[in-house]
Structure formats: structure tokens, C-alpha cells
Design a protein around this ligand. Structure first.
Ligand code: RIB
Ligand code: CA
Length: 300
């Protein structure tokens, strides 16, 4: 049975890989909507990029909703040095569909209310946090959260403590992680194992399809986690498709919001009854084989 998902994102080159992988697995994942949030680059740019990715995949039927242009508090972060000023590595994409007039937060609330939706959140968690605050009842309707963010055991990629998505909007991340919703959490602990090597990029190129060649161009432009780029966001989609590629442990979690030096820090406590599975291990070869197979299924 196909799993209903919504992707909340800030494309972003690794977001692009996640979106294309999900669309290439349309036999297993039904993408009900893409919602965007300011993060890697500004809201207009991430929304334009999301639309271009839908067009690249031949899926302009997927509803697109723009969301929050800023974090709940503070100035947030941007990552043009990682994803390019345009957020997509300068890779030309045909213009995609205009976003719906419905705000992303309202779209998340509406789709969650219908029950059975898995929310994949791969940018700052501002939209999702506001949806949970505006309509707490959706917490009982959402099937599961699958989140890229944080780091439990190791340095952050924005500060010594904080990973980008959680550093962008610590209050939003805290609201979401304290919601008690069943969550699969992909922090830098596991995503840093997904090394983008020239051989793995060449496999996308070798697909010979518009999507495969475009993604290879994007990954060659990607500057994530120097000196060796890693693919963070697609870990979420890969887990939905092939969970045995990963291993983790159950925790309870929150996010530092008060201590200025540690804002955005993920704090975990091991708990076999905890609502969050913190992922810690990845079969990287199997991961990239899955991504290549899914992207190869796109004929857009
Ligand atoms: O820290 C990595 C995360 O921040 C990824 O989601 C990347 O796209 C950026 O948003
Ligand atoms: Ca992202």
C-alpha cells in the first residue's frame, strides 16, 4: 500500500535529491503536497526551486505551498555558501508551477486532519511547529514525523552544538520534538555517513535521463560539509522506502533555546519507550543504490 507523505523543505541541493527520490518512488510513496520554508535560501528562492524540481520530475500535479519566510525568533541562518546563491547550485531548471494561494501551515493542517499522513521535514521546522500550535489536535492524526535535523553525538555544522535546521529555528524544533509524535530523526550522526563521491555522482549521470543528469550537476555544485559533501535530506526518504539501511536508538529529545551559545542544540535521553528513533548508522552503498534506482524511475 502506498504511504501518503508531505514534504516540508528548503531546497537546497540535498532537498532536491530527497524530492526527486520520493517522486521516483511513486509506486510506494504518494506525495500529497510539497511545502516550503525559508532556510538554505530565502522563501521565494526555495519555492521557485521546489517548483522547478516538480517540473523536472514531470510532476507539476503535486500541490506546492509556500510557508514561513523567517524563523519564530531571531534572524535564522542561510546557506548560500553550501547550496549556491540561488539554492540549487546554479543548475538551470524549467520554471515550475506557481504555488497555491493556501499557506503551507494551512496545507499541513488540512492534510494532517485527514489522517494517515507521514510528514517529512527536511528544513527548519517553522511551518510544522506553527501547524501544531494552531491546531494541536492534528498531533493525534499525523501518522509519523520523519525529520532531518540536529546532532546528538558530535559537532554541529553551524556552531559546535547546532545543526543548520535546528539552528535556524530552535523554538520550532523544540515545539516539534516535544510534541510526543512518533518520529524518525536523522541528525548529522547518521547523515554524515552518506558521502557524495565522484563515483556516486557518476551513477546519477549514467542514468542518462534529464533528472539523473540534472541531479549529478547539482551534486557537483554542492558544497555540503567540506571537505567531503554528504547527503542529509534523502536519508528521510530512503528510510521510508528501505528502513533496514539504517539503525538507531529510542530517545526522548528537546532542543536548547535559552543558552545563547548552545541555541539549536539537540538534547537526548535514551528511553526504550521514547517517541523518537534517533538514527545512528547507515549502509551508504545501499543508500546510494536506492537513490539511483528511484531517480532512474523518473521519466520527466
Ligand atoms: O544540516 C543540513 C540540513 O540543513 C539540510 O536539510 C540542508 O538542506 C540544510 O537545510
Ligand atoms: Ca534541507
Amino acid at each position: 500500500m502506498r504511504r501518503s507523505i508531505l514534504i516540508d523543505c528548503d531546497p537546497g541541493l540535498d532537498d532536491a535529491a530527497a524530492i526527486l527520490t520520493a517522486l521516483g518512488a511513486a509506486d510506494r510513496l504518494s506525495l500529497g503536497a510539497v511545502t516550503t520554508v525559508a532556510g538554505n535560501v530565502d522563501l521565494d528562492a526555495v519555492t521557485r526551486n521546489a517548483a522547478g524540481l516538480l517540473a523536472l520530475a514531470g510532476r507539476t500535479d503535486v500541490p506546492l505551498h509556500a510557508g514561513c519566510p523567517r524563523a519564530l525568533f531571531g534572524a535564522g541562518e542561510r546557506a548560500g555558501h553550501v547550496h549556491g546563491a540561488d539554492g540549487i547550485g546554479g543548475v538551470a531548471l524549467s520554471p515550475g508551477p506557481a504555488p497555491s494561494p493556501e499557506h503551507a501551515v494551512q496545507a499541513i493542517r488540512r492534510l494532517a486532519r485527514g489522517g494517515g499522513v507521514t510528514i517529512v521535514a527536511i528544513g527548519p521546522l517553522t511551518n510544522l511547529a506553527l501547524a501544531l500550535v494552531e491546531e494541536p489536535a492534528i498531533a493525534t492524526e499525523i501518522e509519523r514525523l520523519v525529520i532531518m535535523g540536529g546532532v546528538a553525538d558530535g559537532p554541529g555544522n553551524v556552531t559546535d552544538w547546532a545543526e543548520f535546521n535546528f539552528a535556524c529555528d530552535p523554538e520550532a524544533a523544540r515545539i516539534v520534538l516535544e510534541s510526543g509524535l512518533p518520529t524518525a530523526l536523522f541528525g548529522l550522526d547518521v547523515t554524515r555517513q552518506a558521502h557524495v563521491t565522484p563515483q556516486r555522482i557518476a551513477a546519477f549521470d549514467a542514468l542518462g535521463t534529464p533528472a539523473g543528469k540534472a541531479l549529478a550537476r547539482m551534486l557537483r555544485a554542492y558544497q555540503g560539509e567540506r571537505p567531503r559533501p554528504v547527503l542529509h535530506d534523502p536519508c528521510t526518504i530512503a528510510w521510508l522506502l528501505q528502513p533496514d539501511l539504517f539503525a538507531g536508538r529510542r530517545v526522548r529529545a528537546s532542543v536548547e533555546t535559552a543558552n545563547p551559545a548552545q541555541r539549536g542544540r539537540l538534547m537526548t535521553t535514551d528511553d526504550p519507550q521514547g517517541p523518537i528513533e534517533l538514527m545512528t548508522a547507515l549502509d551508504a552503498d545501499g543508500f546510494f543504490a536506492l537513490l539511483t534506482q528511484c531517480v532512474g524511475g523518473l521519466r520527466g
